[in-house]
Design a protein around this ligand. Structure first.
Ligand code: 13P
Length: 281
């Protein structure tokens, strides 16, 4: 059941939950994530990140078609999203494949340029009936609290004008999370998030979402986060499972072992994001 980001985040808002949004770098990831969501009967977002093509992990042309096919066949609502598109032509390619949502990432550009390109992405997506997420602020440097968070994290007042002038459907905000592994506990700026949520009435997105404690997930969801981007710790769970796996002769056995580990990891994340776990804060 294919849905747009706007539609899926409406479900999240009504239930005051966050939708797990997983990078699917291969067929095994797609099976793990959609399988976990179907098992729990929860909506889910699957994403292809432009950088994963640049890293040689997969191509939009191939994995995008797999994602679309699996989303259409799923028994739960699935949004197929392009993550961190920095190039407008690449965003168009995703829309041509049927992606129901794109993220334009101009976060490293000056405000005016980020806004202008985001507006182009919004106009383009509108022609396909797709949604748009954009980002303001930067994720910062891993394991190093920035000396001046104001220069790095999302500025609540600037975010108001950015959202108003761009007409995006969801805003990715920077408030202390980073992509990849955490080597020290992440320190999130909850006060900043609360302020952004009070000023802005579209759903908020947390990137660098894996590796955060369940308690912090519940806290950010209570402060308006409706989409949590998640990949690294799911991929790490697969890596650890394969490292411990004794039967490594054939790739197909390794792939099954990795898929099971990712599915288990994604299932736990979706349970927490959907408020299904019993140890509620
Ligand atoms: P993690 O690296 O924390 O899994 O975050 C993924 C992400 O934010 C993709 O946009």
């Amino acid at each position: 059941m294919l849905v747009t980001l706007k539609e899926i985040l409406k479900i999240a808002e009504a239930k005051k939950i966050a939708i797990g949004s997983f990078n699917t770098t291969g067929l095994e990831c797609c099976e793990a994530v959609i399988g976990a969501a179907e098992e729990l009967g929860q909506p889910v977002i699957i994403m292809h990140a432009q950088v994963h093509e640049e890293m040689g992990l997969t191509t939009l042309d191939v994995i995008g078609r797999v994602m679309m096919m699996m989303a259409e066949r799923a028994s739960v609502p699935v949004c197929v999203h392009l993550d961190h598109g920095t190039d407008l032509a690449y965003l168009k390619k995703a829309l041509d494949l049927g992606f129901t949502s794109i993220m334009y990432d101009g976060s490293t550009l000056p405000y005016a340029e980020n806004l202008a390109n985001t507006c182009v992405a919004v106009e383009m997506a509108k022609r396909y009936g797709a949604s748009v997420e954009a980002e303001m602020g930067s994720m910062g440097i891993r394991d190093k609290s920035p000396d001046d968070p104001d220069s790095l994290y999302t500025d609540p007042e600037a975010a108001v004008s950015f959202v108003r002038d761009s007409h995006i459907d969801a805003l990715a905000c920077a408030f202390g999370t980073v992509h990849g592994l955490y080597f020290t506990e992440p320190k999130l700026d909850f006060a900043r998030l609360e302020k952004i949520d009070k000023l802005i009435d579209i759903p908020l997105v947390m990137h660098g979402g894996s590796g955060v404690s369940d308690e912090d997930y519940r806290h950010v969801i209570s402060l308006g986060i409706r989409k949590i981007n998640y990949y690294t710790y799911m991929a790490k769970a697969a890596g650890s499972a394969v490292a411990d796996f004794e039967n490594k002769l054939y790739f197909h056995d390794i792939a099954v072992c990795a898929t099971r580990a990712m599915r288990e990891n994604a299932r736990h994340a979706i349970e927490v994001f959907s408020n299904l776990t019993s140890d509620k804060a």
